[in-house]
Design a protein around this ligand. Structure first.
Ligand SMILES: [Zn+2]
Length: 208
């Protein structure tokens, strides 16, 4: 699907393609690979999943999008490595237009991370964040990070970028993530924002 003149394009990326797919389907309907989302009365957004490969196609698609959403459900080392690899392909200017969002299945109250010592994948209940525990495999004691803190640190997300949350079962939640991504990106393509108009005329009757 191609964008019309007054619609924007959002690239939906994720180290877990099924998560990007679920997000698009919640916004656009079952089976949709991409779709047109009514963000407000004035604005439509074409949401699409860029081709994962070849790398040039992925980069070109994300670069040509007006803004991007990166959805993360698991934050274990293997998943974060895939996310880092995706980010490394992209120029810094494009990375700055990515809105990071933690995605959950409906009712999901836990997340996956890796033991900082041995790398064992661990499912951790949200309620246990910031508590001390030990890895059941290697017995290494550690403080369980919050998912947001972990993602910010591991993916070097700037402090002025909010990390969103989305319930993949809830359309309004998905719409809000898209709205926030749009806002964070400044609401327009960089070339449109950089256009400067010269102000010459004052209205009649103005007393300077
Ligand atoms: Zn361990």
């Amino acid at each position: 699907m191609s964008a019309s003149a007054n619609s924007l394009v959002a690239a939906i990326v994720s180290p877990q393609p099924d998560v990007a797919q679920a997000f698009i389907e919640r916004l656009s309907g079952a089976g949709a690979k991409n779709g047109l989302v009514d963000l407000s009365h004035q604005m439509h957004v074409v949401v699409e999943i860029p081709a994962a490969e070849p790398e040039e196609t992925f980069v070109a698609q994300v670069k040509s999008a007006d803004f991007s959403v990166m959805l993360l459900r698991f934050v274990d080392e293997a998943t974060l490595n895939v996310a880092r690899a995706m980010l490394r392909m992209l120029p810094a200017s494009v990375q700055g237009r990515i809105h990071f969002v933690l995605a959950r299945e409906p009712g999901e109250l836990e997340f996956k991370l890796s033991c900082p010592q041995c790398g064992q994948k661990l499912m951790i209940k949200d309620a246990l964040a910031f508590r001390r525990t030990q890895c059941p495999r290697c017995k290494h004691p550690f403080t369980i990070p919050g998912q947001t803190d972990l993602v910010r640190r591991e993916l070097l997300i700037p402090a002025n970028h909010n990390i969103g949350r989305v319930d993949l079962g809830d359309q309004e939640s998905c719409l809000n993530a898209l709205r926030n991504a749009y806002r964070q990106a400044g609401g327009a393509r960089p070339e449109e924002k950089s256009t400067t108009m010269r102000l010459d005329d004052l209205l009649p009757g103005d007393v300077g």
